[in-house]
Design a protein around this ligand. Structure first.
Ligand SMILES: [Zn+2]
Length: 130
């Protein structure tokens, strides 16, 4: 059993450093975690403060919305394609799949929920039935 010299160039796995012919490599998407949890310090208390018409909280929220929309639409999360060995590809999919997507989806839902609650509370203070 002789191993034929591969017609493919040998590539190095970006994650574990294993060397394999290019055709055995798997392309995976790698997201650069440019977005952390340092979104100009907004918290649950900020939302509650806004609901209670605290001026500092409201300006913090305005800043936050301005910043986050700027960040999201300018494509802060850079997706690059890297070539890795099948083992690493599997591992990568596991890490990238359910966990993170679920978490960030949850976080967005929670933030939207508090935003709506805040808006409703603030609105109820202005729209008073005499
Ligand atoms: Zn690997």
């Amino acid at each position: 059993m002789t191993r034929k010299t591969s017609a493919y160039a040998i590539r190095t796995c970006k994650l574990c450093g294993k060397r394999l012919p290019a055709n055995e490599m798997v392309a995976v998407e790698k997201k650069n975690k440019a977005r952390g949890h340092s979104r100009s310090g907004i918290s649950l208390m900020t939302w509650i403060g806004a609901a209670l018409e605290d001026k500092n909280s409201r300006s913090a929220i305005n800043r936050w919305f301005f910043n986050s929309s700027k960040r999201v639409y300018k494509g802060d999360v850079a997706v690059t394609t890297i070539r890795v060995c099948p083992d690493c590809a599997e591992e990568h999919q596991k890490l990238n799949g359910s966990n993170k997507g679920f978490f960030s989806g949850c976080l967005t839902t929670i933030l939207i929920f508090f935003f709506i609650v805040g808006v409703l509370l603030v609105a109820s203070l202005f729209i008073r039935v005499p």
